[in-house]
Design a protein around this ligand. Structure first.
Ligand SMILES: [Zn+2]
Length: 286
């Protein structure tokens, strides 16, 4: 099998997995890989990624001109082209709408907290690229801000994007993002997140080489500059002061039940209790 035939088969397989895992619905999502000679192999527009065949793919050049294929390339081709222009090391790009990660993208909550060691070593932080109208130049412009320093990102009110040194590595990063989003959601529903301390994050960063992981950029120092996202990965990790896990003060009131009951933490009221309090306050105003 030639390299190109095997890449066509790989795109079909990755599309099938994206659809089987409900990371895409209907015709959502798109996939591309580099072929030699400044050419790209890309999924066509308006097909379900779960039911593609190898002959459906388009071959384009790096400016998006179609060189081969009966169908037109993906409507998100501009975003893929931007990634390949900026990242000579990237061999493949995957875009999908995994529902839990996309929920974070809709809520405007980046997946940038130091919570899981394997996410810190592989992806680092997962920022949110600004909202952009799909299929327009706005989307590559939004992605451009983060793609130099990140292998994965959320797209505000849209989905997620991952890149890799081969197609399966880009696909696995999509799995990692959705898995991380699921775990983060459960931890937040349970009401607390213990964060990995800054010192431990630095230690994990040092282990990237040992694991053979090539991260696109280091994790930013303690107080990153506002435009840091282009050169380093912003990770929320508090200083540990000797502890490797730190209760998240913002969410849990220090993780100490006494502190939570002291008035600084969360309170829960029923609708009836809240209404009574408001009525009381209005009465005392009169
Ligand atoms: Zn999309």
């Amino acid at each position: 099998m030639s390299v190109e035939s095997s890449l066509r088969a790989d795109i079909v397989e990755v599309g099938r997995r994206l659809y089987a895992r409900a990371y895409t619905a209907s015709n959502d999502g798109n996939i591309s890989v580099r072929l030699g000679g400044n050419r790209l192999l890309m999924t066509p527009k308006s097909v379900c990624k779960g039911f593609m065949t190898p002959d459906m793919m388009c071959v384009t050049d790096l400016d998006g001109r179609k060189l081969e294929g009966e169908r037109d390339p993906s409507t998100e081709m501009l975003m893929h082209l931007e990634v390949y222009r900026q990242r000579a090391d990237v061999q493949a790009v995957v875009h999908a709408h995994p529902p839990i990660a996309t929920g974070f993208a809709v809520a405007g909550i980046p997946l940038n907290r130091a919570v899981l060691a394997e996410v810190l070593t592989t992806l680092g932080s997962i920022p949110i690229a600004e909202y952009a109208t799909p299929s327009t130049q706005e989307l590559p412009d939004a992605v451009a801000k983060y793609i130099k320093a990140h292998d994965g990102m959320l797209l505000a009110n849209h989905g997620a994007l991952t890149v890799g040194s081969d197609l399966f590595s880009a696909y696995y990063k999509m799995e990692t993002i959705e898995h991380f989003a699921k775990i983060s959601l459960v931890a937040r529903l349970l009401g607390r997140e213990n964060l990995i301390a800054r010192e431990e994050v630095e230690r994990l960063q040092g282990l990237r080489g040992t694991y053979g992981i090539k991260a696109p950029a280091p994790i930013c120092a303690d107080e990153p500059a506002t435009d840091a996202a282009a050169v380093c990965q912003v990770v929320e990790a508090p200083p540990g002061g000797g502890q490797r896990l730190v209760p998240d003060v913002a969410v849990t009131g220090g993780g100490d039940p006494a502190a939570r009951d002291s008035g600084d933490g969360e309170i829960r009221l029923t609708y009836r209790e809240l209404s009574a309090l408001i009525e009381d306050a209005i009465r005392s105003l009169r």
